[in-house]
Design a protein around this ligand. Sequence first.
Ligand code: NAD
Length: 447
Amino acid sequence: MPQFQHVNVPEGDLVRNENGRPVVGARPIIGLLQGDGIGIDITPVMTSVVDAAVHKAYGDERAIAWCPLYAGLQALERYGNELPDETIDAIRHLGIAIKGPYTTPIGDEKFVCLHCAHQQDNKTTCAECGKDDGLTPRYRSINVRLRQHLDLYACVRPVRYFDGVPAPNKYADQVDFVIFRENTEDVYAGYDFERGSDTAQAVIALMKEHTGRDIRPDSGIGIKPISESGTKRLVRRAVQWAKDQKLPSVTLVHKGNIMKFTEGAFSAWGYEVAADEFGADTITEKAVWEQHDGTPPAGRIVIKDRIADSIFQQIQTRPGEYSVLALPNLNGDYMSDAAIALVGGLGLGPGANIGDEAAVFEATHGTAPKYTGQDKVNPGSLMLSAVMMLEHMGWKEPADLVLAGMKKAIANGHVTYDLARLMRAEGRQDVEELSCSGFGRAVIELM
Ligand code: NAD
């Protein structure tokens, strides 16, 4: 066991990752990162709901051993910086963690306050919240650094409708799919060169030399790498998820009609990994039509592909036909936000970043600093991230209990202020506005 300065690993079972899949004992140790801002409100509500669900499902036979880890303001207080190596090492050691949101500096000012996310050019007292112990030099996103250090290559976003939530789409009640977005390649790899720079000019010259084609000399140049290994490890995870959760299809989304060797290859390699590694569990959509009159054989996951622009129509007009979508980085980015909008916005969207060494589950909203400590905000995103975490661990019973409790509370109109406002605007009279912890208690009662 590594020696930690501020991390106290509780008694329990380490989650081991074997061939990229978690092996979980009866008392798994799970890293818990509270998050900045409203993390202090939503994180304890999430753990209380999860503990109650695990107890209801398994009695005393199973329980989670939460292991507090520190980033953001809590790390600044303990270690003097916002993301200590120890936190990254501890997540790697535990193999699994769940986290609240973290402040990300976005402006150019030199310092950021981790109490309220305000940015300014001096390190004295925060001009916004008046506190003087939260200011720290601006830094790169904690979320991005965790992804890079731990090689969390799959960004996983479930999108599902909750009965009673006002949603703009007519078919919102059919939306229930999981997006697997590649997290390390494509435009995210960051090969982006300024117009006139040495690299941009060299690439333009190289293209001329090798292809004879002219790129305008005043062009900025971006490079979009998509590799076979990077694609296969993502699609492998998407197909495995479909298999574990007994879902009917995996759709490979690409723009291969325009970019054959990157986008098109993503699709081709995706089909390959499905056939080579999951041959007995999968069947292509083409084979379903050619050999089975359009009805997939029972228990087989249908592997299909869609051009990116058509899938943006399809998720609006026929969302029920999709259950797992696998995409390269940029299209996955667009798709994640577009899909969440179908079911009424970002408020309840959960997420996870998963790699072969570790999986980190997270709330997808930010730190909402103006609500910090008020016990007011919606803990739904983090609760649903915990549902994904339990599913990932193979603990389906407590996952279903949390989901059932949330569905009932929301359908009854027992919701936090954000959903209450939306529901009332739709003319509902029976809405009861609950606090953050009150919503947690309602979920526990109804699960
Ligand atoms: P935000 O998500 O914090 O807030 C946007 C709006 O949504 C606000 O009106 C807020 O009050 C509301 N909101 C957010 N979460 C809510 C919840 N759980 N329940 C009810 N209402 C909620 O986004 P922002 O204001 O742009 O960012 C604030 C800080 O959070 C910034 O430092 C930003 O970089 C950071 N951030 C972090 C993450 C992350 O860690 N994953 C994601 C987004 C933003």
